[in-house]
Design a binder for this molecule. Sequence first.
Ligand code: ZN
Length: 429
Amino acid sequence: VNISPFLDFLYDSPTPFHAVENLENQLKNGGFISLNENESWSLEVGKSYVVNRNQTALIAFHVPKNLKAINLIGAHTDSPTLKIRHVSEKIDENVRLHPIEVYGGVLLHTWLDRDLCLAGEVTVNNGDKIEKKLINFKEPFFKIPSLAIHLDRGVNDNGLKLNKHNHFNAISSLVDTEKIDKELLFSKIAEKLSVKNEDILGFNLSFYDHQKPQTIGLNSEFVSSPRLDNLAMAKVATDSILKGNFSDEILPLVAFFDHEEVGSTSYAGAAGSFLEDVLERIREATKITVDDFYKIKANSVFVSADMAHAIHPNFREKHDGAEFPVMDKGPVIKYNTSERYATDAFTESVIIKLCKENNIPYQRYTHREDLACGSTIGPSTAARIGIKTVDIGNPMLSMHSIREMCSVKDLEYLTKLFDKFFVEYFSQV
Ligand code: ZN
């Protein structure tokens, strides 16, 4: 497998804005036609389309001849990260510090002592228009230093205790206390965007690790990278729909949402209206009656794809003793009877049948009963659009760390599964 486009995508997508831009460009280069939410849509049979919302959520689909079902794959574009606060700097003695906001369930200690870059969206006053501009400083401007062991002697035995407010100011420069150059960072931003400082109206900027993603291991069998959760799933699904192996009866669709790491309730999140709005516009543009569209939805399946916890060999006690996935042994079907995952007997059967028929290994995951279970976009999307849903994902280690890991071969298994999923009809009888 050619892993380098995958690694490049992860590196060039430090924020949801960049991920959506890169995926959308890839789809457009592959013949998908761009739609805008603020224009009328006319769709043609046999053509493929892509639309984004807020530049952080993305939906792409293909219009079949005789629509009987929609097979959807969903993932999220956001990852836990540190964002720069609106009070964007403070001067302490002779160093410039940038207070941060913690976005999502960050594994905080992994962000210490890393060389950090900054990327995101900046909005600029352009006369009568507010213009959105993406920015990505690939230079390592920042660092959040850890406390030396001599000043915290018990740290290795007692555990590292971090206060998000006090201990997470990023250092960016030394300042001359005689004449402080205020807002140096914003001067750099303005310069990079070729605008004036005072024209910057708003921003949404995240830090990210300067180190590039790469394969590691004695046989290069692992990917070591930030944001595998969940850009790995979005990338595999996009590559799959781009192959263009479609059936005449199924509308294949990929949907990638923002804000999963903070609960999905937003304009561009899975609990928002984006997918529902797009489905309704597809119905209108293809002149399908409301009644027929209910029938189509009843025959449709949504695959919520999000990375899964492989068993950690150094912490086996944190996993269920009997049902645990390992890396390199195929996609994981996730179960939770409290509906933290949306899988049920019918939808798990969809995945198992596809795996069995196509020689794809698969595994199962249930969280320990005595630990609080995470969740995905699965349950909220299922509730919102009224389509049966299954939660799956590839096994990984170090989830929500600044540097995560998964296996290369699992990406191939998932690709094979997605390729087959888009063309199979799963009517429930
Ligand atoms: Zn995730």
